[in-house]
Design a protein around this ligand. Structure first.
Ligand code: ZN
Ligand code: ZN
Length: 248
């Protein structure tokens, strides 16, 4: 695993692979307006070297995967999915298709383990600090990061969590980053973009180049990555922000 004590929040990284791990494209995610072509064109422009498609509860079919790889040979495509589970949204990497029963996070992890896959808890704190959520559920989220790391079942099932999500509030990301530090894992980053907007703002940087799904899985399991934030055109810096409760 990368020794995050030697890389600090804001350090500019010149790593060979910057991959968008959480993006939705049209028409495979019906709520997305982003075409694959736009993803590649804009992605390259902002400095991404590849993307993991995280369509909702769906992996692109083989023939679609092959067509995309053939059309864009210089942009790495991985085909994951964002699964809606009993423990929230999770990004599953390594499954060939949606399998029965994976709505249960535990079952999803089991299936991934069979194929050497990787599981990320996506935006685990989204809207939890929002007073509207508290009003709707009748309870407010009272855990501190230590308690969340120790008590939330999703962190016993996922390999890691997303700490940089372009659709989150800063507080949601900072809280997640603190939880990742407590758990001792590298967190991932992605835009969660559903259009051109926000693409590349957050991503995941890898120390080695990533050109195949196997290399991606290997690097993820080895923890050889960090969440990154776009600094300026094609420049990315480490994203590992401090969490200070008193700011909120
Ligand atoms: Zn989601
Ligand atoms: Zn998403």
């Amino acid at each position: 695993m990368i020794d995050l004590t030697t890389i600090e929040h804001g350090d500019v990284l010149d790593w060979p692979a910057v991959i968008e791990l959480h993006v939705h494209t049209n028409p495979d995610s019906s709520d997305s307006m982003l075409s694959k072509e736009e993803l590649v064109t804009t992605g390259k422009m902002v400095g991404l070297t590849g993307a993991n498609l995280a369509e909702h509860d769906k992996v692109l079919e083989r023939h679609q995967q092959e067509a995309l790889r053939a059309e864009y040979p210089d942009f790495f495509f991985n085909f994951g999915m964002e699964v809606t589970t009993d423990l929230g949204h999770m990004i599953a990497i390594g499954l060939r298709e949606y399998l029965p029963g994976i709505r249960r996070a535990e079952k999803l992890r089991e299936e991934l383990d069979k194929v050497g896959g990787y599981l990320i808890s996506a935006h685990p704190f989204r809207r939890l600090f929002d007073p509207v959520t508290a009003m709707r559920t009748g309870e407010s989220f009272e855990m501190n990061p230590e308690e969340a790391a120790a008590n939330m079942p999703v962190f016993k099932i996922a390999h890691t969590l997303e700490i940089a999500n372009g659709a989150n509030t800063p507080r949601e990301n900072e809280f997640a980053a603190e939880v990742a530090r407590i758990l001792g894992v590298s967190g991932t980053g992605g835009s969660d973009a559903h259009s051109n907007s926000g693409l590349g703002y957050f991503a995941t940087g890898f120390k080695e180049s990533i050109e195949s799904p196997d290399q991606l899985l290997e690097a993820l399991h080895a923890g050889e990555f960090t969440a990154v934030q776009q600094d300026s055109a094609s420049k990315f810096s480490c994203f590992n922000p401090p969490y200070d409760e008193s700011n909120y």
